[in-house]
Design a protein around this ligand. Sequence first.
Ligand SMILES: Cc1cc2nc3c(=O)[nH]c(=O)nc-3n(C[C@H](O)[C@H](O)[C@H](O)COP(=O)(O)OP(=O)(O)OC[C@H]3O[C@@H](n4cnc5c(N)ncnc54)[C@H](O)[C@@H]3O)c2cc1C
Ligand code: FES
Length: 285
Amino acid sequence: MTCQCEIKNPYLPYQMEILEVIEENPEQDLKTFTLGFLNEDDNETFFYTPGQFAEISVFGTGEAPFGIASSPTEKGIVRFSVKKVGRVTTALHMLEKGDIVGLRGPLGNSWPLEKFAGKNLVIIGGGFAFTTLRSLVRYILDEENRKNYGNLTVVYGARNPGQLLYKEELQDWSARADIDIHLTIDRPVEGWWGKVGFVPAVTEQVVTSSENAVAVVCGPPVMIKFTLPVLKKIGFTSENIFTSLEMKMKCGIGMCGRCNIGNKFVCKDGPVFSMAELEKLPAEY
Ligand SMILES: Cc1cc2nc3c(=O)[nH]c(=O)nc-3n(C[C@H](O)[C@H](O)[C@H](O)COP(=O)(O)OP(=O)(O)OC[C@H]3O[C@@H](n4cnc5c(N)ncnc54)[C@H](O)[C@@H]3O)c2cc1C
Ligand code: FES
């Protein structure tokens, strides 16, 4: 008897058309790509949760993992923000609207939305690591979802205003009553209307309670290193602090062993971990 079950090959990418490319910073090394499915059936069956990632392939060059920056509430598109650092990302940056790329995914676990339900959320981001945090904020702000979560506080920092991702959207969020957002830059710049100071210091100023709250932190390692003690001081436990790791990866599906820390595969068991989980692993991340 022939099995009627469909086994999707995890190595086979979806074909995606680049619908829009947004230059995010004056240096032009940070771009957001909005992708649409070439095959409408794929659009119907592609489901993801904030915090997941995907492998994007530039045909003839290679593939690389990126956090999904769009929210599943934004129908019909998948969005990624990519910093140009090497081979694949440089090739991706050379592509334009109408070009085709591959997408394998969604991969990995996600922000634990079931644990976040009913809680106050403190979301802390630095630099271009705001991608899956944008997905999470956008998801929570959706009309259908907002009632399932308590207060939403966002602290987002960058070296200077030009390095902040999603500038227009940040302005829109700042005008809303259902999100308390604090944008900060490292040093004063003329015309800047937000805060000045490093993310850990701003977190200490604006986050006053850990009661019924969880914290989500993503950013450069130095930012995370100095933010964690601040969160602990406010009263957050390791079980209530979550982050996402960016280990080097190849397969993205737990097969090649490139991304393991101890007995965990970051691509499959992560990339999202609570600090309590990370404290049990060898400090290789
Ligand atoms: C789960 C996950 C999510 C990610 N999300 C994003 C995202 O949203 N946006 C984004 O711009 N990048 C993201 N990254 C990082 C991205 O995958 C790398 O920048 C990319 O693989 C580099 O590919 P490349 O071929 O251009 O660079 P390469 O030519 O392979 O390398 C260029 C340089 O970058 C270094 N490098 C490569 N990969 C990594 C890595 N994972 N961590 C640290 N250094 C690395 C290399 O050592 C080398 O110095 C993510 C990584 C992971 C694992
Ligand atoms: S990237 Fe291959 S096992 Fe994680």
